[in-house]
Design a protein. Sequence first.
Length: 288
Amino acid sequence: MKEEDVKIFGLLGYPLEHSISSIFFNYIFEKLKLPYGYFLFPVKPSNLSSSLNKLKAIGFAGVNVTIPHKEKIIRFLDILSPEAEAIGAVNTVIAGADGRLTGGNTDSGGFINAWKKEAGEKIQGRSFVILGAGGAARAVIYGLCKEGAGRILIFCRHFAKGLKIEKLMTEKFKKTEFKSFNINDEKLSSFLSEKAALINTTPVGMHPDTKNIPVSIRGLRKGSIVYDLIYNPEKTLLLKKAKSMGAKTFSGLTMLLEQAGLSYHLWTGRKLPDDLVREAGKFAGRFL
Ligand code: NAP
């Protein structure tokens, strides 16, 4: 095996108490006997630029980016991947040998890979109810549209944000129909009763506020698909209620592992073995 250089990776976000990314990646690096390290960098928005400069000074190889920096970090980067540009959010930064920083987005591919592995049902022509209109919503919607989704129904608390996503995506994806609603709009239950898949991209229900649910899921039908991007806890109140109503429910854990694998590929040009990703995910999952 080729001798490897030390490489520094990490996660930039704030707060980061809920993150299991360092456990996941360091488990993999140890198993692959790589001299790599993955660190949590809890950085407040006011320190984002100076923190990036410090990471550059120590020669970091790349970072993942999470709330609240996914959009704000763009202005500090030199290049954006086509996905990151279309989505308007970055979750992976790659430090080039020339010192330039490239922003990518693997949330989109991570969600689609997770859907294909877990839900396994056709995306093409299907209707999706998306809760929330932030960075993760845009990534999920972009991925679904690329796969030929029939209808995207965005339910969010700031209606203008939904309209903005509609405008952005309609320009790119002519075959998908878009419509935005206020998160409390009564139409939600009629879409659920038509068996639109429900995807929660809001942080409502995430640790420590686990007793919260983003919307009432009246109208949800037996056999419907419900995804919650939250992975801590793995069974949110939304998923528990949906399951008790006969829905097929999925947490954000597989998406988390899939997007991590795609980030590793962007950083190193190598693919992680599926069984090692599952093993590391299982190990890291114990810390949720
Ligand atoms: P974000 O950009 O801050 O967007 C969050 C969205 O949720 C915004 O539209 C926000 O509304 C909405 N929201 C927040 N609180 C709400 C409330 N009380 N009621 C209704 N809507 C509310 O965050 P993000 O990056 O998209 O992440 C969102 C969630 O997805 C987080 O829980 C994150 O951990 C999860 N996520 C998981 C993965 C994974 O791999 N599993 C990947 C990415 C994200 P406003 O726009 O009105 O503020």
